[in-house]
Design a protein around this ligand. Structure first.
Ligand SMILES: C[C@H](CCC(=O)NCC(=O)O)[C@H]1CC[C@H]2[C@@H]3[C@H](O)C[C@@H]4C[C@H](O)CC[C@]4(C)[C@H]3CC[C@]12C
Length: 325
């Protein structure tokens, strides 16, 4: 499972936790403006906005899991197994495969408003990347530096675009059901609750934190959605980049999965392989991995964005302890 968020604190920060039982060999990849994006069913994009994100480079092609462009639009693909449905080619629409979807949107759009225009005539066409790499059933969070966000889901009913007023996406069920479920938790609060159960009896308040007593804490996508919405809604906003990025990662770590807590097959456990976040104004990309909780960063090198070759930064997976003596 996965969790993706946009957190606004002056600048906006966009990214996700990637939770899975196996690692694909992803790395930080910057696709510069003149890398030619070829599309299976449409004209290539020889010039486009530069994209920074987490991707697996396969046959020289960046298969993005999540990322953002130089204009401050971010997009992440999350597992959506079950409701997800991709379609045969539709001659009346722009046909884009799910693995091309992130380059197609981030290559051409600056804002959610612009993305909505492209989405209005788009068909997610069912074509595998290769015989080895089949399509994954995904849905997407798209958000821009103003903080506006949408969720995009392709189901048997077609391509759905939903306003996302909470700036969070996890996995199943369909996004409107996740939003509806929030109403069950409206009274969850950082504040200590008033005893409305039996006001005339003084209750033994044996612990702090009773305002969030009914906050779900499971690994399932419904629980993570509620927990993340609550955590982010009350997250402090910092006065510096370091404070903001620290707060941002605290948001994601609230729903991270530790090893051996979420069994997906005998002896196989899903865990948070990486957490990442990009400052949508500066383009600096931050990440931590399960093995290395230090925050690593890749700056956007503006003077190198006109080249054609991908820039690849392997993940630093080893924890560095800051010895003080
Ligand atoms: C499975 C994860 C989503 C994480 C998640 O929710 N998984 C756990 C679960 O719930 O089952 C998705 C997110 C991005 C996906 C990848 C990207 O879409 C890029 C690429 C696209 C190809 O069609 C398939 C491989 C490949 C490399 C995808 C493999 C599956 C990934 C890694």
């Amino acid at each position: 499972m996965c969790t993706s968020i946009i957190y606004t604190a002056g600048d906006s920060y966009f990214g996700r936790n990637l939770d899975l039982e196996v690692s694909f060999g992803q790395e930080v990849v910057v696709t510069p403006r003149n890398y030619p994006f070829k599309f299976r069913k449409g004209p290539s994009l020889d010039q486009h906005y530069a994209i920074t994100g987490m991707a697996l480079v396969e046959d020289g092609y960046p298969l993005y899991f999540d990322g953002a462009n130089e204009k401050g639009l971010g997009m992440a693909g999350l597992n959506f197994d079950g409701p997800c449905h991709y379609f045969p080619e539709d001659p009346a629409k722009n046909n884009v495969t799910p693995f091309e979807f992130i380059p197609y949107i981030l290559g051409q759009c600056k804002t959610v408003v612009e993305a909505r225009k492209l989405l209005s005539n788009l068909n997610l066409v069912k074509i595998d990347f290769s015989a080895k790499l089949h399509l994954s059933p995904l849905h997407w969070l798209i958000a821009d530096k103003s903080g506006e966000a949408i969720a995009v889901e392709s189901t048997t009913e077609g391509l759905k675009v939903y306003d996302n007023p909470v700036g969070v996406l996890t996995n199943n069920p369909e996004f409107p059901k996740q939003l509806l479920n929030l109403s069950n938790y409206q009274s969850v609060s950082p504040d200590y609750p008033k005893n409305t159960l039996i006001p005339e009896v003084k209750l033994n308040t044996y612990s702090r934190g009773f305002g969030s007593h009914f906050l779900p804490g499971g690994m399932d996508s419904g629980s993570r959605f509620v927990k993340e919405v609550f955590t982010k809604a009350h997250a402090p906003k910092g006065k510096s980049e370091i404070e903001n990025i620290t707060n941002y990662f605290h948001n994601l770590h609230a729903v991270e999965q530790q090893k051996r807590l979420d069994q997906v097959a005998p002896g196989q456990f899903e865990y948070t392989i990486y957490s990442d976040g990009i400052n949508l104004t500066t383009g600096t990309f931050y990440y931590s991995t399960y093995g290395n909780k230090q925050i690593n960063a890749v700056k956007l090198e503006k003077d190198r964005l006109d080249q054609t070759e991908l820039m690849e930064y392997p993940l630093q997976n080893e924890q560095v302890i800051n010895f003080q003596n």
